[in-house]
Each structure stands twice: as C-alpha cells, then as structure tokens.
Write a protein that binds this ligand. Sequence first.
Ligand SMILES: *Cc1c(COP(=O)(O)O)cnc(C)c1O
Length: 269
Amino acid sequence: MPVDHPTATRHDHHGRYPEAASVEDFRHNLAEVQRRIEAACQRVGRDPVSVRLLPVSKTKPEASLRLAYAAGCRMLGENKVQEAHGKWQAMQDLGDLQWSVIGHLQTNKAKLVARFATEFQALDSLRLAEALDRRLQVEGRALDVFVQVNTSGEASKYGLAPEDVAAFVQALPAFSALRVRGLMTLALFSSEAERVRQCFVRLRELRDRIRQDAPSGVELDALSMGMSGDFEIAIEEGATVVRVGQAIFGARALPDSHYWPGAVPAEQP
Ligand SMILES: *Cc1c(COP(=O)(O)O)cnc(C)c1O
C-alpha cells in the first residue's frame, strides 16, 4: 500500500447528499459511487470486481427501497433487525432481494435474523453465534457472517477487541449454519483521514495475521469496511465490501449519534 495518501474523508459531507427520489436518481448515485470505487482501486492497483458495494437502506421508506431495487440493487443493508424484518415482510414480492443485517444484535432477536437474512455482519459474541446457529438449524437455513472488530478502541463501538478475535474465530466451526466470511469494522468518525485509515489498516493486518491459523471451513478473506464518508480510504486499505447508505439513498434525517451512541459530528482537521 502506498505511504503517501491524499484521500480525505467525507464525513463532513453528511447531510449534503440529496434524497434519491427516482430510479434515475438511484442509477446516477450508484454509478457515481461505482466510479469512486474504481478510482480508489486504480490508485492502489486493485481490480474493482474485488470490491462489493452493499447499499445501506436503514431509515429509508419502503418506496425508496423499491426504487433502489428497480435501479438494480439486489442486496440491502439494514442495521436494526426489526426494521429490516418489517421491510423484508413488506417486500416479499421481490423474490430475489436479499438482506444483510449490519448492526449490533441482541441474542433474543437472533431468531428474526435467522428467518430472513442472507448475511450478518456484526457477530461479536459466542452466545450470539450459538443463538443464531440454533435458530438457523430450526429454519433449515445458513447465514454468511462477519466478525465485528472494534478497531477504534472507542467504548461506544461494538465489536471484539482485536486481541480477542483469533480465539473467537477458533470457536466458530462448532456452529455449522454460520459461514464465516471475514471481518467487519466501523472506523473512527473523524475528518482526520490518517486516524480513520489506521482503523482499516488494523483490520487488514489482523485478518492477515489470523488467516494462516484459521480453522478449516472458516474463510477470512472478506474485509467489510468503509461507508459514505470513508469508503475510498477503506478500499485503498483492502476493503472487499463497502457499506454505503447516504451517498446512494440521500442523507438521513437523524444524526449518526442516533445509530452509534457516542458518535460525534466530524471534527475539522
Ligand atoms: C448506516 C451504516 C453504514 C452506512 O453509512 P452511510 O453514512 O449511510 O454510508 C455502514 N455501516 C453500518 C454498520 C451502518 O449502520
């Protein structure tokens, strides 16, 4: 990876993304995000097909999600399971639309995720792994999972401490309905690009370190990191999944602190 990084965060752009209100708007926004993904890949010599764009539709109404679907989206990310489950129920007519739950999950809501999600990106405890596995066995389903890692050290962020991930991963083959894909993180919310980048570097280095000793059947190739404000930096540091909401759907009405207690508005550098 290059040592000289000109890429800035865009956390201060939040609130400026206009609401996507037509299929055309979604096509335009998706193309623009894709263009930014390709430019970031080009800077570090990566193939853009190695980066999956996961559009994040949380807080947006069903009508917006249907427009995103019409513009080609076939998997949507939601961070609250009840909201996601409700949308899934309302959109059963879109048979090939898949759901990725990307936010913290309480063990007692595992059964909802087991019912409808294709992917869960916030696995952070064995209790939860066990609950998910049990419910998935009942449903006769399997789930792609990412282990969430707290790379920023902020007490407000969910996820395992980096030093606990290797042992955690060793225990996961016991849960046969969980297909472990990789690691996920939320970086520091900051306009200081270098501090944000450090979170992504930490996740990649952790993945590289524990991948060699990963138990068989546990795949640790995927790195889910980067959102509207920082996905280009994440790609420069190896992201294989970027979770992008506002740059596709438009700004959310509620501030980030509503979703991530403790998140503060971006500081100026
Ligand atoms: C909301 C959310 C995102 C997307 O954030 P945007 O600023 O809308 O791009 C990414 N990851 C998680 C876990 C989220 O909850």
